[in-house]
Design a protein around this ligand. Structure first.
Ligand code: SR1
Ligand code: MG
Length: 403
């Protein structure tokens, strides 16, 4: 049995060589550690002798890289991530990388290299448009959420699956960074002095605290489906034609709207950041409109597919009860809006930000984008319980953007 230690570059190359049937025996392998996330090492291994074969080896570190060894994290998250990837691949093979091998003792997953794709956050910042994205992510969300829920699984099998995806360390990160820290004084928070008025409002706004408490309760208690758990645009590799969802290390059983809200939040963060990236006013308005349309399309694509799966595949004996589907979907939509709001707020004042906003060079434009994002986030959280259509989310985003 291998004992856990962070792999060296040479060890990563040997491991790559040992994967049956992947690289030719005489391959000249090159390896780079390319992890730019918060929690893991990522080795990119390529064959320099012309076979065009390549792989990714991802290894969990026993602590959060972004903070250091003072923030320990369980290595079991690598097993959880790998099992979630395999399950998601079985449900959506075109939308998830293939797992080739793994070693749970070393907290390692060997998987398909997607470097012909670009991290979607980077693509969006560069102005790339993704016309097929709403359909792709709607498909991913509908299938992964439906097939892992009580609607599609027998209650016994589902509970067995819930056990496998208990993920306390990673859930604690979410609980702290999304549902707690932004609403109190915390060393984890990170925002410029000029946003102190906004931060104070987040700490003192009682109406906001009630809505966040309700959303937090849903996150803590509702085992609706196996979530990706961190579905932001940095967890998606994309081209205009293709979408691949990666990094489900935060996977756990929770409320469906948490995943849908995550992706919508990140599109809205990019929307708020547009004045920093698209200088021509007409082009900027087009891009903003396209982003808002994508938000609305994602909900529609999800809802249409989820309803179809429900009508054709549901095994829950009560799933045909008149009105049940509509009530269920209305709840998922309200959660989607509320979680989207929470996720926007944390990316402005919390520990971990987004490049869409933080890398805007002009401080005045950056500040305006931050304030716009916070206004959108707060409106979504405060109004989430009265959201009735996907377009209501877009309406609130536009309303928050009025000067
Ligand atoms: C300490 S980890 C900070 C953030 O990075 C991940 O992508 C999650 O969003 C987490 O909240
Ligand atoms: Mg990640």
């Amino acid at each position: 049995m291998s004992t856990y230690h962070p792999l060296t570059i040479d060890e990563a190359v040997s491991l790559a060589r040992s994967i049956p049937g992947h690289f030719p025996a005489d391959a000249k392998l090159a390896c780079k550690e390319i992890g730019d996330g918060n929690l893991n090492l990522v080795f990119h291994i390529t064959d320099q002798s012309g076979s065009d074969k390549s792989i990714i080896i991802k290894q969990a570190l026993p602590y959060a890289k972004v903070v250091g060894e003072s923030w320990p994290l369980s290595l079991d998250r690598a097993r959880i991530e790998r099992e979630a990837l395999q399950l998601q691949y079985s449900l959506c093979p075109g939308l998830v990388p293939e797992v080739y091998a793994f070693d749970d003792h070393l907290a390692i997953t060997v998987m398909e290299d997607l470097s012909d794709h670009v991290i979607m956050r980077k693509g969006l910042i560069e102005g790339v448009s993704y016309p097929l994205f709403a359909g792709h992510i709607g498909e991913f969300l509908a299938r992964t959420l439906f097939y892992t829920s009580d609607l599609a699984m027998g209650p016994q099998d589902k509970k067995e699956q819930v056990k496998k995806f208990i993920n306390p360390d990673l859930c604690k990160i979410t609980e702290d960074l999304i549902f707690e820290d932004p609403y109190k004084l915390s060393d984890n928070n990170n925002y410029p002095a000029y946003l102190e008025d906004e931060a104070r409002d987040l700490r003192e706004n009682a109406a906001l605290h009630l809505e966040v408490a309700l959303l937090r309760e849903a996150f803590l208690t509702r085992t609706e489906a196996l979530l990706h758990g961190d579905l932001h645009t940095g967890s998606i590799f994309a081209t205009p034609e293709s979408t691949k969802v990666i990094d489900p290390e935060f996977a756990y059983y929770g409320p469906m709207g948490f995943d849908i809200g995550a992706i919508i939040a990140n599109l809205l963060l990019n929307y708020a950041a547009q004045p920093g990236w698209t200088k021509d006013e007409a082009a900027r308005r087009d891009t903003e409109q396209r982003l808002l349309q994508t938000v609305s399309d994602i909900w529609q694509e999800f809802e249409a597919r989820f309803r179809k799966l429900w009508n054709e595949e549901a095994r829950d004996p009560m799933s045909g009860a008149p009105g049940y589907q509509d009530v269920y979907i209305a709840k998922v939509l309200r959660d989607t809006a509320g979680f989207a709001g929470c996720k926007i707020i944390r990316r402005i004042v919390g520990l971990s930000h987004v490049a869409d906003i933080d890398t805007i060079e002009d401080e005045q434009i950056r500040e305006t984008a931050q304030r716009k994002a916070l206004a959108i986030g707060k409106l979504l959280v405060l109004n989430h319980r009265s959201i009735q259509t996907g377009n209501d989310i877009v309406r609130l985003a536009k309303q928050a953007s009025q000067p």
